[in-house]
Design a protein around this ligand. Structure first.
Ligand SMILES: *[C@@H]1O[C@H](CO)[C@@H](O)[C@H](O)[C@H]1NC(C)=O
Ligand SMILES: *[C@@H]1O[C@H](CO)[C@@H](O)[C@H](O)[C@H]1NC(C)=O
Ligand SMILES: *[C@@H]1O[C@H](CO)[C@@H](O)[C@H](O)[C@H]1NC(C)=O
Ligand SMILES: *[C@@H]1O[C@H](CO)[C@@H](O)[C@H](O)[C@H]1NC(C)=O
Ligand SMILES: *[C@@H]1O[C@H](CO)[C@@H](O)[C@H](O)[C@H]1NC(C)=O
Ligand SMILES: *[C@@H]1O[C@H](CO)[C@@H](O)[C@H](O)[C@H]1NC(C)=O
Ligand SMILES: *[C@@H]1O[C@H](CO)[C@@H](O)[C@H](O)[C@H]1NC(C)=O
Ligand SMILES: *[C@@H]1O[C@H](CO)[C@@H](O)[C@H](O)[C@H]1NC(C)=O
Ligand SMILES: *[C@@H]1O[C@H](CO)[C@@H](O)[C@H](O)[C@H]1NC(C)=O
Ligand SMILES: *[C@@H]1O[C@H](CO)[C@@H](O)[C@H](O)[C@H]1NC(C)=O
Ligand SMILES: *[C@@H]1O[C@H](CO)[C@@H](O)[C@H](O)[C@H]1NC(C)=O
Ligand SMILES: *[C@@H]1O[C@H](CO)[C@@H](O)[C@H](O)[C@H]1NC(C)=O
Length: 414
């Protein structure tokens, strides 16, 4: 796309990125491709290219030097994978982007935009990245401006203001003006200088084409009970369980002045595992799985082969097993059949409020909160009903035979 002049922006709605030349709205089907999984079961050649409009390489991580990025997420240098990914995307007429930051790669984001001098250097670093790898766009996955993420990020009360100033400067650059820009965000709008969510983020919509709301990890091992990883809705849940959802996140962003037509719904191809004693797992002694069951937080079930083992994070803090289970992992471990349905005799429940499923292994006493075709279809319908721009799926390699991708596409591209 061509970024219009700022003058034109004052008189026109921001619809450029969402429209094709014929004026028909084109929905965005986006996914993040995790570079470190390329040689671990999901290679560039495994991407179902015809089902995406853009693919975003994860990650270019920040480093102590504003002039330097690292492709070494999870200790695997993936620069060669990025080169392959862009080439394959372009062969397939799909846009290629790079996501900058990520959960483990945002340590220096705050510093990089922390002064006028650094913002200029950061714009140069990122436009060089675009030129060097022939990118169509950048995604800013700063987790999070004005809020601590992993534990050792630089954070400043000025982060969100500085981020906006950086975006402005990037758009003034001819390369920055010519690419798609998105931010991967929390369910709450950007944090203001007083530490709470801003009530007016409309200015961001002038510089960002899209905000991708990461509506996942809403419940996990840190929560008080089992709960939905990626709730579509929580307004229908008891007050104690209203921890966020696509419904409340879209409401928060649009009430803060961000246009719904520039929002992408982030959707997960993985779930979270919880250790739930059988006594808690079934509602009222029935054979129906309980919602919001109590779990044993001193047990940390392992997820699938892609799950992080216990160890130390990039801040040096001790970690337990992550318990992440990809959709393919649920099939591989026998929870689901090859068509993605609960296997015979495996306890399963679909929560009608969060519109997400839960499944249970009575032997290991592990309960998993995840997404399936039904929940992805519901999210796809929500995208259409709310007039959102499309979806962004974490991550390309988590699906099984494109069951999830097909389910959401069927609604979004109906
Ligand atoms: C991944 O695909 C690239 C080409 O896209 C190929 O060069 C590489 O050998 C593949 N790696 C694996 C592990 O299959
Ligand atoms: C990548 O990270 C791993 C572990 O974090 C480290 O051992 C390795 O030296 C790094 N490689 C590069 C090229 O930075
Ligand atoms: C600017 O970047 C440098 C290194 O890249 C960093 O040391 C410094 O703290 C940054 N300045 C601010 C104000 O964050
Ligand atoms: C935030 O920016 C203002 C100027 O815009 C500056 O006076 C203040 O020192 C900055 N605060 C921090 C924590 O960097
Ligand atoms: C703008 O983007 C188009 C398409 O990606 C590219 O062909 C063109 O060279 C770019 N222009 C500039 C100034 O970077
Ligand atoms: C923080 O700022 C927001 C506006 O961005 C305002 O609505 C809110 O009342 C402020 N909170 C405090 C505690 O000052
Ligand atoms: C939000 O901010 C923009 C400029 O940043 C301003 O034009 C608009 O009036 C503000 N909206 C509200 C509801 O205050
Ligand atoms: C969310 O729940 C509320 C309260 O039950 C309901 O009014 C609303 O229609 C629901 N929205 C969706 C998208 O499910
Ligand atoms: C369990 O019992 C309580 C009270 O008897 C009832 O409100 C609730 O709906 C029951 N739950 C299920 C899943 O049957
Ligand atoms: C939780 O698991 C630990 C370790 O297996 C066990 O010692 C403890 O008894 C369990 N607690 C409950 C309430 O089941
Ligand atoms: C439950 O776990 C047991 C022990 O690891 C395993 O043999 C069985 O296949 C699992 N069942 C399901 C449905 O995942
Ligand atoms: C969800 O709704 C369906 C159909 O209305 C119903 O059969 C099912 O019991 C409900 N599930 C739960 C967990 O309440």
């Amino acid at each position: 796309m061509i970024w219009p002049s700022l003058l034109a922006l004052t008189s026109l709605p921001f619809i450029y990125a969402a429209e094709q030349d014929d004026g028909c709205e084109e929905k965005v089907a986006s996914t993040w491709f995790a570079g470190w999984h390329a040689n671990d079961g999901f290679n560039v050649s495994d991407v179902p290219w015809s089902k995406y409009t853009e693919v975003t390489f994860a990650f270019a991580e920040t480093t102590p030097d504003v002039n330097t990025l690292s492709f070494n997420t999870s200790g695997i240098d993936s620069e060669d994978v990025l080169v392959q990914l862009v080439a394959a995307a372009h062969e397939n007429d799909v846009d290629a982007k790079v996501s900058v930051g990520g959960w483990t790669g945002s340590l220096y984001w705050s510093d990089n935009v922390g002064s006028a001098e650094n913002r200029t250097a950061w714009v140069k670093t990122l436009t060089n990245l675009v030129s060097k790898y022939d990118l169509d766009g950048l995604d800013f996955d700063w987790e999070y401006p004005g809020k601590q993420g992993i534990g050792c990020n630089a954070v400043s009360t000025n982060d969100t203001d500085n981020f906006l100033a950086f975006l402005k400067e990037l758009r003034e650059n001819p390369i920055g003006a010519n690419i798609t820009l998105s931010a991967a965000t929390s369910i709450a709008p950007f944090t203001g200088s007083n530490g709470t969510a801003l009530t007016n983020v409309s200015e961001f919509a002038e510089y960002l084409d899209f905000v991708a709301i990461m509506n996942y990890d809403i419940w996990g091992s840190w929560s008080a009970t089992v709960g939905p990883n990626a709730p579509l809705n929580d307004s229908c849940a008891d007050a104690a369980y209203q921890a966020g959802s696509a419904v409340s996140a879209v409401r928060a962003w649009t009430e803060a002045g961000f246009p719904s037509g520039q929002l992408l719904l982030g959707v997960p191809t993985y779930g979270h595992s919880f250790s739930v004693p059988q006594a808690n797992a079934f509602a009222n002694g029935s054979d129906t799985l309980a919602l919001y069951a109590g779990f044993n937080s001193s047990v940390h079930p392992a997820g699938d082969a892609w799950d992080d083992e216990a160890g130390f994070d990039v801040c040096g803090a001790a970690t337990t097993a992550g318990g992440l289970m990809d959709f393919w992992g649920l099939v591989e471990q026998g929870y689901l059949t090859e068509s993605g349905d609960a296997a015979d005799g495996v306890p399963y429940v679909f929560d009608n409020c969060s519109q997400t499923p839960f499944i249970y292994n009575t032997t290991t006493e592990v309960m998993i909160s995840y997404d399936n075709a039904e929940s992805f279809a519901a999210k796809g319908q929500f995208i259409i009903d709310m007039g959102l721009a499309g979806f962004a799926m974490w991550e390309a390699g988590g699906d099984y035979n494109t069951i999830l991708l097909d389910a959401i596409r069927e609604k979004v591209f109906a």
